[in-house]
Design a binder for this molecule. Structure first.
Ligand SMILES: O=P([O-])([O-])O[C@@H]1[C@@H](O)[C@H](O)[C@@H](O)[C@H](O)[C@@H]1O
Ligand SMILES: [Mg+2]
Length: 283
């Protein structure tokens, strides 16, 4: 049977690499910063421009109208965020926008592709490191041309755990986030880390550099590509309560194995967030 998505996958890699070059170049000039949901939720002209370049390139290649697009900045500008059975591209043009603004060296282009609500492939280009992570369902995960595998660590005391604090600075959420981190540190684990980009964090789990990454508050575009990469590297993806993962729920646990995942899940203090596909309140 013909392989329907190989050419789309190859094209996504090309588009991610080209987008990364635009981000690197833009980082050499003065960056104009705006804010979205709050004072620390940053967006730049580069986020907007790169998303337009990516979606424009994909529409040119697959522009018969049968493909749908979910992009961080399109959604932020009012586009719906509903995953249907149609072939759908899920795009974060600049994952790690705050890092980009500060010159902190972890910024990723994340492009995922789903059909019938199943993630078929994911591409994460860590453009300042020049590392291309990619995976197709059932075909393994790669960093550039090297196959990658999650860590085989089962002892929580010998793990590095990644989490992020996100952009919500409410006392309720900050308290729960840091109480969770304190409990994890005191297990003890070898260390807690965070690159500032969910997509990169997931690639660090997929490549065995960390045993788990979890976050409440991320969006589907931050993690969709990383989900395929972690799964294809032999890892697992769960909800933060140990239940089945739901791409639109804005909560995710990715880990090298069930033992590590379940041990960390015990410490997570869960707080509510609005789903990505929640109906937009009428103005
Ligand atoms: O906004 P962005 O840079 O694309 O995405 C970022 C995520 O990758 C990260 O995990 C989260 O902690 C940040 O708050 C931010 O949402
Ligand atoms: Mg982004």
């Amino acid at each position: 049977m013909a392989d329907p998505w190989q050419s789309a996958y190859d094209f996504a890699v090309q588009v991610a690499r080209a987008a990364g070059a635009v981000i690197r170049k833009a980082g050499e000039d003065e960056i104009k910063v705006q804010t979205k949901s709050c004072a620390v939720d940053l967006v730049t002209q580069t986020d907007e421009r790169v998303e337009k370049i990516i979606i424009g390139s994909l529409k040119e290649q697959f522009g018969d109208g049968s493909h749908c697009f979910i992009g961080e900045e399109s959604v932020s500008n009012g586009q719906p965020c509903n995953l249907t059975d149609k072939p759908t591209w899920i795009i974060d043009p600049v994952d790690g926008t705050t890092n980009f603004v500060h010159g902190f060296p972890f910024v990723a282009v994340s492009i995922a592709f789903a059909v019938n609500k199943e993630l078929e492939f994911g591409v994460v280009y860590s453009c300042l490191e020049d590392k291309m992570y990619k995976a197709r369902k059932g075909m393994g995960a790669f960093c550039d041309d090297e196959q990658i595998q999650v860590s085989d660590v089962k002892d929580i005391n010998k793990s590095i755990i990644i989490s992020e604090h996100g952009t919500d600075r409410s006392i309720e959420k900050v308290t729960k986030i840091f109480s969770t981190m304190q409990k994890i540190l005191r297990i003890p684990v070898h260390g807690l880390r965070g690159s500032g980009t969910a997509a990169t964090n997931m690639c660090l789990v997929a490549s065995g550099a960390s045993e788990a990454f979890f976050e409440i508050g991320i969006h589907c575009w931050d993690i969709a590509a990383g989900v395929v990469i972690v799964r294809e590297a032999g890892g697992i993806i769960l909800d933060v309560d140990g239940g089945p993962f739901d791409l639109m729920s804005r909560r995710m646990m990715s880990a090298n194995n069930d033992i590590i995942a379940k041990r960390i899940i015990k410490e997570i203090e869960i707080f509510e967030v609005l789903r990505d596909d929640a109906p937009v309140p009428s103005k």
